[in-house]
Design a protein around this ligand. Structure first.
Ligand code: C2E
Ligand code: CA
Ligand code: CA
Length: 408
């Protein structure tokens, strides 16, 4: 077990080794959920440590600093946003209860995050930042929190995002999805873009995360549905065979009337539900599997397609695949990227394609950047593909203008 001073020393070492790059410090505490009388036994401790390690990268370092407390050092992260994604993965790795042979044990993580150089230059400063972030997370309902920069967030703010949503300053981009079987355009995925007058292009992962952590996701989803469906209507007038994918955050599944809202938006724009595929990430639906299953079943009954996005990176069991009425499996880019160079990835992707097909799903590969990858995936029987090789995301207007007019 390391003392605070030891950890501070380790952080200083990582900062020197990073040579100008970022280093994230995460303080993690794990608690049993509503089962006070049974202590963490050895088995549980081992399982917990194993889960922490599994959701990190091999170069990340884990130090025990107290009972059920850990300090994690993540070298080479790409800034605070990346560190928050790592925290998100940790949180998701504890969604599944642990079976200790006697009972199912639910473990709840709380995480405070500080990042070099954003939140300090020394081990001490970073630990201070991570500790106050940890306190903030413990006080709120969030499972993790990021340290504050001089008491304020330097990155995009809640107010800026709220205004952008209200004033309709976000933009819909479409990225083409290619049908590998017919060698024709299948449709497009809608991706949100936000260009801020001061901050410039804001990373969608960052503002979607901010929307999810605050109450803004409801308004954002309403904007995304209406913004996308409006463009779908004009695209379908040119080519009625196209399909459009819209990303949905399962956080909105708690909103009353969410199914009616989605269906209502499609009806207003007169877009048939079978032209729309709703994408939800594997890890997000697992966070709240019960309500997700309920809402997704209702959407499926109406005729919407359902895609499991970023498939393969969540640490979930396959049993959920039976429970969700998915029509598509979207293989995460990380597997696709390694495909050409690593034979094990190739086997993995091939088995994902087979898994999808055996469950009667269409299989989509994401992040296809080269013709070699496209060929490999086509040979494996992948139905659809998306990526820079087929086309980067472009504004909806540009996408629609590029469609051949088949309406006569
Ligand atoms: P995602 O749903 O997995 O979207 C695919 C991401 O991969 C997009 O990033 C896209 O631009 C990028 N991409 C596409 N082809 C390639 C390629 O060949 N190589 C590489 N390296 N990347 C490629 P983007 O637009 O930055 O979006 C990031 C994430 O933000 C999305 O991941 C999605 O989770 C979220 N997001 C974006 N728009 C929305 C939205 O309207 N609603 C919701 N709920 N989430 C959204
Ligand atoms: Ca997606
Ligand atoms: Ca994806």
């Amino acid at each position: 077990m390391l003392t605070r001073k030891d950890v501070s020393h380790e952080i200083a070492g990582e900062i020197r080794a990073a040579d100008g790059g970022s280093v994230a410090v995460l303080l993690l505490r794990l608690r049993r959920y509503r089962q006070e009388h049974i202590l963490f036994d050895n088995f549980l401790n081992e399982t917990v440590t194993e889960r922490v390690k599994q959701s990190l990268r091999p170069e990340d370092r884990v130090f025990e600093i107290g009972e059920n407390r850990f300090a994690l050092l993540l070298p080479g992260v790409r800034g605070s946003n990346h560190a928050q994604l790592a925290a998100n993965r940790l949180v998701r790795s504890f969604v599944e209860p642990i079976n200790n042979g006697v009972q199912q044990v639910q473990v709840m993580p709380t995480i405070g995050i500080a990042v070099y150089p954003d939140h300090g230059d020394t081990g001490e400063q970073l630990l201070d930042g991570a500790e106050s972030a940890f306190e903030q997370a413990s006080l709120s309902n969030d499972r993790y929190a990021l340290a504050q920069i001089n008491g304020r967030r330097r990155s995009i703010s809640y107010d800026a995002l709220r205004d952008a949503i209200q004033q309709n300053r976000l933009e819909v981009n479409f990225q083409p999805i290619w049908n590998m079987r017919t060698n024709r355009l299948f449709g497009a995925e809608s991706l949100a873009r936000w260009s801020h007058p001061e901050f410039g292009e804001v990373n969608p992962t960052e503002f979607v995360l901010l929307a999810e952590q605050t109450g803004l996701i409801t308004g954002f989803t309403r904007w995304s549905l209406n913004g996308t469906l409006r463009h779908c209507a004009s695209a379908l007038a040119r080519n009625p065979d196209l399909h459009f994918a819209i990303n949905l955050s399962p956080r909105v599944f708690h909103d009353p009337g969410v199914v009616e809202q989605i269906n209502g938006a499609a009806q207003i724009w007169e877009v048939p539900s079978d032209r729309i595929v709703l994408e939800v990430t594997e890890s997000a639906v697992m966070e709240d599997a019960e309500i997700s299953a309920r809402v997704l079943h209702r959407l499926r009954e109406i005729g919407f397609g359902i895609a499991i996005d970023d498939f393969g990176i969540g640490y979930s069991t396959y049993s959920y695949l039976k429970r969700f009425p998915a029509t598509e499996l979207k293989i995460d880019q990380s597997f696709v990227r390694d495909l050409a160079v690593d034979p094990r990835s190739a086997n993995l992707v091939r088995s994902m394609v087979e898994l999808g097909h055996s469950l009667m799903m269409r299989v989509v590969a994401e992040g296809v950047e080269t013709p070699e990858l496209a060929k490999l995936l086509g040979d494996m029987g992948c139905d659809l593909a998306q990526g820079y090789w087929f086309g980067a995301p472009v504004t909806a207007e540009v996408f629609i203008k590029g469609l051949p007019d088949s309406s006569g």
